[in-house]
Design a protein around this ligand. Sequence first.
Ligand SMILES: [Zn+2]
Ligand SMILES: [Zn+2]
Length: 132
Amino acid sequence: MADIHSGGCLCAAVRFKTHGVLRELIFCHCSQCRKQTGLYYAATNVLDRDLELQGAKDVTWYRSSERARRGFCRQCGSALFWKSDGAEYTSIMAGAFETPTDLEPGYHIFCADKGDFYDIDDGLPKFDAGRT
Ligand SMILES: [Zn+2]
Ligand SMILES: [Zn+2]
């Protein structure tokens, strides 16, 4: 497919390329995303077969819950991926993509758990927990 996007971590030990149209961004404000990123998580996702990963040996997968893991660069610490156990797709953090990303904002989830130091007022749909 012609739709190719690339990106990587801060130190470039981990690079990736995606094929195909990227999903709209989901902004997750849950406490895990808040702690991992310092703010909130903005992620698209891509089918694993459409994801080319370089430097996979430098990705550390942290088991953040019973159903998911979070991948980050073990050299520079950049948060990059989220993967649900058994899923055929990988979530990728929006900020890791080179611009122009062509990414479109979608909606906010786990708003009830967000930090108390900012407001969500961009007009996008908001959900207290997961999307209902
Ligand atoms: Zn890195
Ligand atoms: Zn989250």
